[in-house]
Design a protein. Structure first.
Length: 462
């Protein structure tokens, strides 16, 4: 480890402790971020972030400490920050514009933590028939209007175990979308062991976003993501991924790292995968697995926050130098802050996005395949709008406790539905700590490089 990396790691550990303390919810309408002469105020209504002077910071801090609910609105009004009222407690009404197709509910890996229970979702291994995939595409096309964008994701199990249906469904959607003047986006999440150069050609032709699951350097990855016979997969994946990494132009090839207590050295993993040429690298903590394998506890999530902040500090340094460093978690967080993200749900599950099982069941998202609590109808019987509205009403962040009293609720949206329903909200402190850090990082970058915007960070294909 270089001296720079050691210094960054020490600073990250300090920042993690500070942000965990500073990000504890103290008021549901505002959140203060103490930066001395560069302090900030998050107004929860509208996800608006402001620089504040010392006196303003003290006035709001005093009102928050006094738990004076009436004082905060009056103070905000005195600053000209009237309420926006953009989010109520009613469920969203949005059309379905994205589907994930579980084209193969089977897998050639035996990952230790798989939410899909080795890719089979607790059932017999199966492939999605072509007519089911076509019916799913038709559902997506049914009420889409000229000029709109629709998205189709291929999931598993391992989707490349049903390559024929994946390709025919892609071609059908691309042609049907073109006839109707629709922009059609495609993506695939794969374990990478079955990739071929020909797959790369196909994905490049159709502009796929390709996400490959890679859990770090070879020892850590092989421990978590072996073949069913126990053999490691890292070397196979990288051998098959490298031609696609060299080829990507329209196609974008990213890495997704599932973080468990056994592969928590994130800066090392990030530099390794960035060096391999992945378009972006993102980390996702293991919060729920069917048998508890690899789940992260509170202490491990605190360590994860340190590692994430260390990666974020490296990103800040690269951004100030205007050099590319595709740490996806950081890029997404900063873009959402730039855009004023303000949402009552963590994602589009059950709203603008649905999953489709190999048998043609409609579910809230790909993680709910085979689960009764996320069922939304069938392709044959249609989307059950009543169940969908119940889902959206019950999963609304204002209906969640303790979310409705948390300053981060409209940035977080309440946490992954699948993980929360299965395990609860064990990651709240981690999420708030990460958001607190990224808000401060956004302020630093905006102040130290005024011309800087996330969209300006060079993200060309290699």
């Amino acid at each position: 480890m270089t001296s720079t990396q050691e210094a960054r790691k020490s600073l990250a550990a300090l920042l993690a402790r500070e942000t965990l303390s500073a990000s504890v919810p103290r008021h549901s309408d505002v959140h203060l971020l103490d930066g001395g002469p560069h302090s900030q105020l998050l107004v929860v209504d509208g996800s608006r972030i402001f620089d504040v002077d010392a006196q303003t910071f003290l006035d709001i801090q005093t009102a928050v400490g006094d738990q004076n609910e009436r004082a905060i609105p009056s103070l905000l009004a005195s600053f000209g920050l009237q309420a926006w009222g953009r989010i109520g407690d009613l469920p969203a009404h949005v059309p379905v514009r994205a589907l994930s197709l579980a084209v193969a509910q089977k897998c050639n890996l035996g990952c230790t933590y798989c939410y899909a229970q080795k890719g089979e979702f607790g059932d017999q291994p199966k492939n999605m028939p072509l007519d089911t995939a076509i019916a799913a595409v038709d559902l997506l096309l049914a009420d889409a209007s000229h000029g709109e964008r629709i998205n189709i994701a291929f999931m598993g199990g391992e989707p490349l175990r049903n390559r024929h249906v994946l390709r025919r469904a892609t071609e059908y959607a691309a042609n049907a979308g073109a006839r109707r003047g629709l922009a059609v986006g495609f993506s695939i999440t794969t374990n990478g062991t079955l990739l071929s150069v020909d797959d790369g050609d196909f994905f490049e032709e159709h502009g796929f976003s390709v996400t490959i699951s890679v859990d770090g350097p070879k020892p850590e990855h092989d421990r978590q993501r072996p073949f069913k016979n126990g053999a490691g997969t890292y070397d196979v994946i990288m051998q098959r991924a490298r031609p696609l990494l060299a080829q990507q132009r329209r196609m974008q090839v990213s890495a997704r790292v599932t973080v468990t207590p056994f592969n928590s050295s994130l800066p090392k993993t990030l530099d390794l995968l960035v060096g391999e040429g992945f378009h972006s690298v993102g980390f996702s903590p293991m919060l729920y697995s069917p048998d508890g394998s690899g789940e992260m506890c509170e202490a491990e999530l605190q360590l994860l926050l340190e590692e994430m902040i260390a990666c974020g500090l490296a990103f800040e340094q690269h951004a100030l130098r205007r050099s590319r460093y595709p740490f996806l978690n950081m890029i997404n967080a900063l873009r959402e802050l730039d855009n004023g993200t303000h949402r009552p749900y963590p994602c589009g599950a059950g709203a603008g996005y649905l999953g489709v099982s190999a048998d043609g069941d409609l579910v809230a998202c790909h993680r709910f395949v085979g689960a009764e609590n996320g069922r939304m109808g069938t392709l044959k019987g249609g989307l059950n709008q009543s169940r969908r509205q119940i889902w959206l009403r019950e999963r609304h962040v204002e209906q969640q406790s303790p979310c409705k009293s948390c300053w981060a609720r409209y940035l977080c949206g309440g946490g992954c539905h699948h993980e929360v329903l299965a395990r609860g909200r064990d990651a709240c402190n981690f999420i708030r700590g990460w958001l607190h850090y990224t808000i401060q990082a956004h302020g630093r970058l905006s102040r130290l490089a005024p011309e800087w915007q996330v969209a300006d960070i060079p993200m060309p294909m290699p």
